[in-house]
Design a protein around this ligand. Structure first.
Ligand SMILES: Nc1ncnc2c1ncn2[C@@H]1O[C@H](COP(=O)(O)OP(=O)(O)OP(=O)(O)O)[C@@H](O)[C@H]1O
Ligand SMILES: O=C(O)c1ccc[n+]([C@@H]2O[C@H](COP(=O)([O-])O)[C@@H](O)[C@H]2O)c1
Length: 192
């Protein structure tokens, strides 16, 4: 089976993430999209990062309605920070019959050549890039099977949601309803 791996901090998951996964599932030949919740992006500080299992729970609640979307906690038991090549190698070992592609937003392109063993990632996996406002894909020249999708831009980020919550704003339409309700119920991000 062809599976799109959507790695991320998901701190918290927002409707932009869902729209990207939805687009990839409908407009490419990926049969499933797996949200891989990363305990710790090597390039980000852990400040304001909610516990792994809370972020995973938010993802699980967000994708409940969609059968071709899955959440993965595979990186929880792996060394941190979370290097994508190590997870890809492990996933391939565990699922030899699946073909794994990588999905990223175009903001991640800028530093992609600094990712651990990025050439190996590109040698073994197709890379699908979802455009993000203010992050052009054209300037980057990577070698491999790179697919820049021509999809609607979405100007939403997890930082926006964290900031809104801290400022006591109500932003229910920026997250899937069940994930938003859980975030509010648990008082996530109010003091982070
Ligand atoms: N609005 C968006 N458009 C395109 N790609 C996005 C968008 N939001 C997130 N992504 C992509 O989704 C993946 C996971 O992103 P992440 O969980 O860090 O969300 P974020 O909104 O970028 O978070 P933060 O604001 O905390 O940096 C990354 O590959 C990122 O590039
Ligand atoms: O492997 C690397 O060197 C590497 C460097 C930077 C980011 N990543 C991964 O990229 C994913 C996207 O991160 P984020 O925080 O933008 O959601 C997340 O799974 C990180 O672990 C991976």
């Amino acid at each position: 089976m062809k599976i799109g791996l959507f790695f991320g901090s998901f701190n918290p998951i927002h409707i932009g993430h869902l729209a990207i996964a939805n687009y990839m599932a409908e407009y490419t030949d990926m049969e499933q999209i797996w949200f891989v919740v990363s305990p710790h992006n090597p390039f980000k500080s852990k400040n304001s990062l909610l516990a792994d299992y809370h972020r995973l729970e938010l993802v699980n609640r967000a994708i409940e309605r969609y059968p071709n979307l899955r959440a993965s906690n595979i990186e929880f038991g792996m060394p941190q920070p979370s290097f994508t090549i190590d997870t890809l190698t492990y996933l391939k070992e565990k699922n030899p019959s699946h073909q794994f592609c990588l999905i990223i937003g175009s903001d991640n392109l800028k530093n992609f050549t600094k990712w651990k063993n990025h050439e190996l990632i590109l040698k073994n996996h197709d890379l699908f890039i979802y455009p993000r406002p203010n992050f052009k894909s054209e300037d980057v020249t990577l070698k491999g099977n790179i697919h820049t999708v021509d999809a609607p831009l979405i100007e939403i980020s997890s930082s926006f949601i964290r900031k809104a919550v801290k400022e006591k704003k109500e932003v229910p339409y920026f997250m899937p309803e069940k994930a938003y309700n859980y975030m509010k119920e648990m008082h996530f991000y109010e003091k982070l």
